[in-house]
Design a protein around this ligand. Structure first.
Ligand code: ADP
Ligand code: MG
Length: 703
């Protein structure tokens, strides 16, 4: 956003200019540290609510759900302690009940106040004739207003000072909305008129950005800013956000494709030697995927490709074959996994299948490893002595260096962000990047977040799979379900019990799982159960998973550590407790852990309370379909993209604020078309913007 030089304030300038030379107030600094750093960021701090301010009206005109402004005389008041509500044990809070009577009429109206501080309680006692402003609510067939704003009537001009709107800004980083409202009120008129999009989007929209911000910050009269106008303004801001996202994606794509990348040839002889080591034939989809990926790796430019396909379709094998090809041609490969358990499993699969290849020198890099071991590995990677590193997030660290990293593979991309992807590929010159994901990506999301990637999809499952049955288990069916599991255990089947991770408290998780462990040990006497968990050392976890893989343990009890990747063909049942606390895509992933071998799989979603109709119909999707795409769409509709992709923008207010993939998908489509058209028809206009974005995102020097 730009403003002309004559502006008093420029939207690009720091928020701290609002302190006009003095030391910035604590509130201003709190906003700043919450990410509201420039005046432009402040603009994106939108009100929670804006309501047209009503005129003073007689009580009988009050309507439920509407903002009402009235005045009257207090004829009754009651103040009682609000029991059980103390603020940090310091004051006792009070509830108040006040009845006001109209000044020139007989009508009365009750006002209710909850959790009053001592100071507020004293004020109530002083009230005689008052103004009051609040939303009318019906309660037991009577109108009342809860927690209205109240002002003594003595001050006759008060109602005039209210302005045309009631505006409520959100509390940000403990800064009250009223403070933000004052900041806005103090902005000079030309601040608003000078707002302009940096990206030339005003020409592409009916409403310009300046007007959209004015509408949403309630700077126009209620007559002008009707509901439709306000909706259009919100959509205008969504457009801007999507547009910036699209430009960033386009930039990445364009500049990555200009870089030089290592050429990895599709050496058919080598490939057939690798294939001989597999105990099975590749499916057609797997073969095609390998061809597609290798074709991309010999263009001389870096590959940025997503390999997607449902859990168990055989992506890992494909990635490993491509990795072997890369290593065989003298380059190094890094495979990054979201959990240690998965890294360990992949390392084992690699050793089992391809351990006999003389040129392969693999190693594991885990966060939990001792410094000495890490240092040794580090040297081996720099010298090239190790040529295939499998690890977790620790691979991102700056200290991790390679001799010649040709290919970075990222398993289950949605747990990692774009920045991390770039960080990893930056470890080599033009490093190819292959991302594996078992979460099918709905079209709108792929436009919005993965527009810079090429896609390879594996659709078919390896032959011989017996399929999975999914059932919701209500409390009444619990004994039957337990009987069934006991039967399967007697037949030698293995399986999982999974509990949701409880946020932010590893100890609570542990407790949860520990208790269940005891309970189930009692329910299934003679059966070997084990419980890998976050507090275990990597070796311990490895040993547990290993014992399960070899069948020495029959049941794994866990929080979602096994969500991604563990692969035990003999596992036949997956029982998820509190399934309502998981996203559908996570449930789908979990379910994909069973029915992988030649036995049919069973997935039980075990409820321990009655759920509302909405939660039930959400879970019923799992019974109805095993199509990952359908499930991803349903998840997107239910919970928004945040859960699907684990975006953790919590607390940061300057990221996407308005645009919603679901609600605004039509706008995203328009943005996509507009950007494509601009690139075709007006390169002179868009190229400088892309170049600037590439510099801002450090794409030019990191890849
Ligand atoms: P994904 O990574 O897509 O979830 P994996 O690569 O882990 O799937 O494969 C799941 C299981 O199927 C593994 O045990 C693997 O060895 C096996 N598998 C892979 N491809 C085939 C195939 N073409 N035929 C039979 N089994 C296969
Ligand atoms: Mg996998």
């Amino acid at each position: 956003m730009r403003s002309n030089p004559s502006s008093i304030v420029n939207s690009d300038s720091s928020l701290l200019v609002l302190s006009s030379g003095k030391k910035p107030s604590a509130h201003l600094e709190s906003l700043y540290s919450a990410g509201v750093q420039r005046l432009e960021d402040l603009l994106w701090l939108l009100p929670l609510r804006t309501l047209p301010m009503p005129k003073v009206r007689p009580f009988r005109e009050a309507r439920e759900g509407e903002l009402f402004l009235g005045c009257g005389k207090v004829i009754h008041r009651e103040v009682k302690p609000a029991y059980g509500r103390r603020t940090k044990g310091r004051f006792l809070l009070h509830n108040g009940y006040v009845i006001v009577k109209e000044l020139n009429g007989e009508a009365t109206l009750p006002l209710r106040f909850f959790n009053l501080y001592p100071q507020q309680k004293k004020q109530i006692e002083d009230w005689d004739q008052v103004w009051f402003l609040g939303t009318m609510q019906e309660w037991r067939a009577q109108n009342q207003i809860v927690n209205p704003k109240v002002h003594p009537l003595l001050d006759e001009a008060w109602a005039q000072t209210l302005g045309e709107w009631l505006i409520e800004y959100p509390t940000v980083n403990k800064v009250p909305g009223s403070y933000t409202a004052k900041l806005f009120a103090g902005l000079p008129e030309n601040f608003w008129s000078d707002i302009q999009s940096d990206y030339g989007t005003d020409e592409l929209n009916e409403m310009n950005l300046a007007r959209a911000f004015r509408v949403l910050h309630a700077r126009l009269s209620p007559q002008e800013a009707t509901t439709e106008v306000r909706k259009a303004a919100t959509e205008r801001l969504a457009y801007e956000e999507f547009f910036i996202d699209q430009l960033k994606i386009t930039t990445r794509r364009r500049f990555i494709k200009k870089k030089a990348g290592p050429i990895i040839k599709n050496d058919l002889e080598a490939l057939s030697a690798f294939l001989k080591l597999l105990p099975f034939q590749l499916t057609n989809d797997q073969q095609k995927s390998i061809e597609q990926i290798l074709a991309d790796m010999q263009t001389g430019h870096p590959m940025m490709r997503m390999l997607q396909g449902d859990v168990g379709c055989g992506k890992t094998v494909v990635a490993m074959l491509v990795a072997l090809m890369t290593i065989h041609q003298g380059k190094q490969v890094a495979l990054m996994c979201p959990t240690e358990a998965l890294a360990i499993q992949h390392a084992k699969t690699l050793a089992d299948l391809f351990g006999s290849l003389p040129f392969l020198k693999p190693a594991l890099l885990l966060g939990s490893m001792k410094k000495k071991a890490k240092d040794a590995l580090s040297l081996a990677m720099i010298s090239g002595e190790t040529n295939f590193v499998i690890g977790t997030h620790s691979l991102f660290q700056e200290s991790v260096k390679f001799k010649d990293l040709g290919l970075a593979i990222i398993d289950e991309q949605h747990k990692f962000g774009v920045e991390q992807r770039l960080q990893l590929t930056a470890k080599g010159a033009g490093t190819h990047c292959l991302i594996m994901s078992a979460t099918p990506i709905p079209r709108t999301l792929s436009l919005a977040q993965y527009g810079d990637l090429d896609f390879t999809t594996i659709k078919a499952m390896p032959a011989g799979r017996k399929g999975i049955k999914t059932r919701l288990v209500a409390k009444a069916n619990y004994p039957k379900y337990i009987d069934f599991i006991i039967q399967r255990l007697k037949m030698g089947d293995q399986g999982y019990f999974v509990f949701p991770a409880i946020e932010e408290s590893e100890t609570m998780d542990l407790q949860n799982v520990t208790e269940s462990f005891k309970k189930y040990q009692a329910t299934f006497p003679g059966i070997k159960l084990a419980m890998p968990h976050g507090k275990m050392k990597a070796e311990e976890k490895e040993a547990t998973v290993q014992a399960f893989t070899e069948g020495r343990i029959q049941v794994l009890i866990a929080t979602s550590v096994i969500e991604v990747g563990i692969n035990v063909p003999n596992a036949a049942f997956m029982c998820v407790y509190h399934p309502e606390r998981f996203g559908l895509s996570s449930l789908h992933q979990l379910r994909g852990r069973v029915g992988r071998g030649d036995k049919p799989g069973f997935c039980f979603l075990v409820l321990d309370q009655e759920l509302g109709p909405e939660a039930m119909s959400r879970l019923e999707v799992m019974e109805k379909t095993i199509d990952g795409f359908e499930i991803a769409e349903a998840d997107l509709q239910n919970r928004g993209e945040g859960d699907l992709f684990g975006v953790d923008q919590s607390g940061v207010v300057t990221r996407r604020r308005v645009a919603d993939f679901h609600k605004h998908s039509h706008i995203l489509e328009k943005v996509y078309r507009d950007v494509q058209q601009l690139m075709r028809e007006q390169p002179g206009k868009i190229d400088p913007i892309l170049l600037k974005l590439a510099r801002d995102q450090k794409i030019l020097d990191t890849i």
